[in-house]
Design a protein around this ligand. Structure first.
Ligand code: SF4
Length: 348
C-alpha cells in the first residue's frame, strides 16, 4: 500500500491537484496554439484518451488571445505555458487560462511579478513553478549537487510568490537524469507543502522515453511523492496520456480501461502468441471498463494466469481453453481465438 505525501490541494479549473485527490494525468499540445481549431481538435482527442489537464505553449500575444476560443471548445482545464514575458501571462489569464506555468524569477521587475500574481489570485489560477536541470541559475552556491541546486532555486521562487501572499502553487523539478530527478523531488517534498507535478524531462521517443519516465515517475509515486504526472515523449501527446495511465495502473493508483496480461512466449509456445496478444491489445483499446484479460501461450503454465484474469485464454496446438472469472468456459479452435476471447470480454 502506497502512503502518499499529503500536499496542500489546489484547484485547476474543476480539477483538484494534491491533498488526497487521485494523481491526475496531464499532457501538452504540440499544435500551434494560434491555430485554435487544430488545438481544440488535439485537446478533444486527448480528453478522450483520459487527459485531465492540458498545457499549451504561449509564445506570443496571438497565442494568448487564442486561449479564449480554445477554452470554448474543450472540457478540461487549460494551463498557459509562459516564459519571461509577463504580458503574455496577463493576456492568458484574461483569455480564460485556468493556471500558469511560469517562473516568477524569470519575469524581472517586482512590479511585473506583482501584476501577474494579482491577476492569478483574482482568477484563482494556480501557478506552477517549474525548474529544469538544464535552466538553473548561473551562480549556484558552491558544493551543491544539481538536485540541490534545483531545490534551492525552486524554494527561492516559492518565497517570492509567498511574499506576495500567493499560495496557489504547484512545483516541478525535472531533469533528464532519473536519479537527479528523484533526489530533487525527495528533498523538496519535505521542505514545502505544495503539490508536486512530476515527470522526467525530454525523456525521448516512446521506446526509451516510456521506460525512463516509468522508472522515474514510478519510483517517486511508490515513495508517495507526486500529485499530477506528465510523461514527456517525442511523440503524439496521446502516447503521453496512455503511458501516464499505464504507470498509475501498474501501481494501483488509478484504474482506466483494460489490463492485458500476456506471456512472453517460449519454446513451449505452439501458436503465434505475439500476433494474438497484439490483436487483443488493439481490440481492447475500444473498451474503457477496467477488465483484466490474459493471453497465454501454453496449457502448462498458461491456465494459472488465465484463470486469475476476468477473461483469459491458454493456447495449445491448434486449440485453446477459454476462462471467465476463474472458470473454464470451453475449448476453442485456433481460428476462433480472437473472436471468442473478445466475445467473452464483451459479456463480462
Ligand atoms: Fe512459455 Fe507457457 Fe510461460 Fe508462455 S505461459 S512463457 S508459453 S511456459
Amino acid at each position: 500500500m502506497i502512503e502518499r505525501r499529503i500536499s496542500q490541494p489546489i484547484r485547476i479549473g474543476d480539477v483538484t491537484v494534491g491533498g488526497d485527490a487521485p494523481v491526475t494525468v496531464q499532457s501538452m499540445t504540440n499544435t500551434d496554439t494560434r491555430n485554435a481549431a487544430a488545438t481544440i481538435n488535439q485537446i478533444k482527442e486527448l480528453e478522450e484518451a483520459g487527459c485531465e489537464i492540458i498545457r499549451v505553449a504561449v509564445p506570443d500575444s496571438e497565442a494568448a488571445r487564442a486561449i479564449k476560443e480554445i477554452k470554448k471548445g474543450i472540457s478540461i482545464p487549460l494551463i498557459a505555458d509562459i516564459h519571461f514575458d509577463y504580458r503574455l501571462a496577463l493576456a492568458s489569464l484574461k483569455a480564460g487560462a485556468d493556471g500558469l506555468r511560469l517562473n516568477p524569477g524569470n519575469i524581472g521587475e517586482p512590479e511585473k511579478v506583482k501584476a501577474v500574481v494579482l491577476a492569478a489570485r483574482e482568477r484563482q489560477a494556480p501557478i506552477r513553478i517549474g525548474l529544469n536541470a538544464g535552466s538553473l541559475p548561473k551562480n549556484p552556491k558552491p558544493g551543491l549537487s544539481v538536485a540541490q541546486q534545483m531545490v534551492e532555486a525552486a524554494l527561492e521562487q516559492i518565497e517570492l510568490l509567498e511574499s506576495l501572499d500567493f499560495n496557489l502553487i504547484k512545483v516541478s523539478l525535472k531533469a533528464f537524469d532519473v536519479p537527479t530527478t528523484i533526489a530533487a523531488y525527495r528533498e523538496i517534498a519535505g521542505k514545502m507543502p505544495y503539490p508536486l507535478h512530476i515527470g522526467i524531462t525530454e525523456a525521448g521517443t516512446p521506446r526509451t522515453g516510456i521506460i525512463r519516465s516509468s522508472v522515474g515517475i514510478g519510483t517517486l509515486l511508490y515513495m508517495g511523492i507526486g500529485d499530477t504526472i506528465r510523461v514527456s515523449l517525442t511523440a503524439h501527446p496521446r502516447e503521453e496520456v496512455f503511458a501516464g495511465y499505464e504507470i498509475l495502473k501498474s501501481l494501483d493508483l488509478r484504474q482506466r480501461g483494460p489490463v492485458l496480461v500476456s506471456c512472453p512466449s517460449c519454446g513451449r509456445t505452439e501458436v503465434d502468441i505475439i500476433s494474438l496478444a497484439e490483436a487483443v491489445e488493439k481490440e481492447l483499446l475500444k473498451i474503457d471498463k477496467p477488465i483484466k484479460v490474459a493471453v497465454m501461450g501454453c496449457v502448462v503454465n498458461g491456465p494459472g494466469e488465465a484463470m486469475d484474469a476476468d477473461v483469459g485464454i491458454a493456447c495449445g496446438k491448434g486449440r485453446g481453453v477459454l476462462f471467465r472469472k476463474g472458470e473454464k468456459i470451453r475449448t476453442i479452435q485456433e481460428k476462433d481465438f480472437l473472436r471468442a476471447l473478445m466475445e467473452e470480454v464483451e459479456r463480462v
